[in-house]
Design a protein around this ligand. Structure first.
Ligand SMILES: Nc1ncnc2c1ncn2[C@@H]1O[C@H](COP(=O)(O)OP(=O)(O)O)[C@@H](O)[C@H]1O
Ligand SMILES: [Mg+2]
Length: 222
């Protein structure tokens, strides 16, 4: 059974007198233990698609099923709850909270959710961030910030990880290291993950590849 499934997703934006058809009849799925990549040029609709997957944006039509549940049918409160407890987000620029120490970036998320807390400092240490626990984000390199963002995305033991161009601000070596951490965590913890990217250099790490072009999505690698 897929963790996430999209059925006939259409997204239109108004564009003056016309409509901009950003996503056209998109079908997609990702299974437990699978790391999927969606590739496509800038402006192809990757972020829009990922935002819909994460229940941060409603499609014009079509359905988004998380663990077989149609999240479009849920109340705003229930959607917020799902975003907090079932989905982990990783963004291009980390989006760490500037006034929280690294250690507290994870504890803060644990505090507002209702999952059994796991030892977040231990996880940061395992990711080589032990010496950064009491630092603020602005003291960290881009690669370190992305490792914190990954740890934060996994801290609530979500079923689904969504990553939007996680390597965009990194050089190719750091980018590969960061995506490798996502891959290993997905496989070890049997999660599902979707990464949108235009960075072809990290595609050796994923299990399936989909391509989006002119609003249409097709699978290009099993
Ligand atoms: N909030 C919005 N309102 C209107 N148009 C938007 C909005 N967000 C994205 N778009 C348009 O949707 C298209 C796809 O954007 P996006 O999903 O950001 O692509 P990508 O992430 O692949 O670069 C672009 O033409 C963009 O201008
Ligand atoms: Mg984008």
């Amino acid at each position: 059974m897929p963790v996430l499934e999209l059925k006939n997703i259409i997204k239109n934006y108004p564009d003056g007198q016309n409509v901009n058809e950003v996503l056209k009849e998109i079908n997609f799925h990702v299974n437990q233990g699978e790391f999927a990549a969606i590739v496509g040029p800038s402006g192809a609709g990757k972020s829009t698609l990922l935002t819909i997957m994460g229940a941060l944006l409603s499609p014009t039509s079509g359905s988004v099923l998380l663990n077989n549940q149609d999240i479009g049918q849920l109340s705003k409160k229930q959607q917020t709850d799902i975003r907090l407890n079932k989905i982990g987000f990783i963004f291009q620029n980390s989006d760490l909270i500037p006034y929280l120490k690294i250690s507290d970036q994870l504890k803060f998320i644990q505090k507002i959710s209702n999952k059994n807390p796991i030892d977040s400092d231990k996880i940061l240490k395992e990711l080589g961030l032990g010496h950064r626990l009491n630092s603020y984000p602005n003291a960290l390199s881009g690669g370190e910030k992305q490792r914190v963002a990954i740890a934060r995305a996994f801290i609530n033991q979500p079923d689904l990880i969504l990553a939007d161009e996680p390597t965009a601000s990194l050089d190719s070596k750091r980018g590969h290291e960061v995506v490798k951490i996502i891959q290993e965590t997905v496989h070890q913890q049997n999660k599902a993950a979707v990464m949108v990217t235009h960075d072809e250099r990290v595609l050796d790490l994923v299990d399936s590849i989909w391509q989006i072009e002119d609003g249409r999505l097709k699978r290009v690698k099993a």
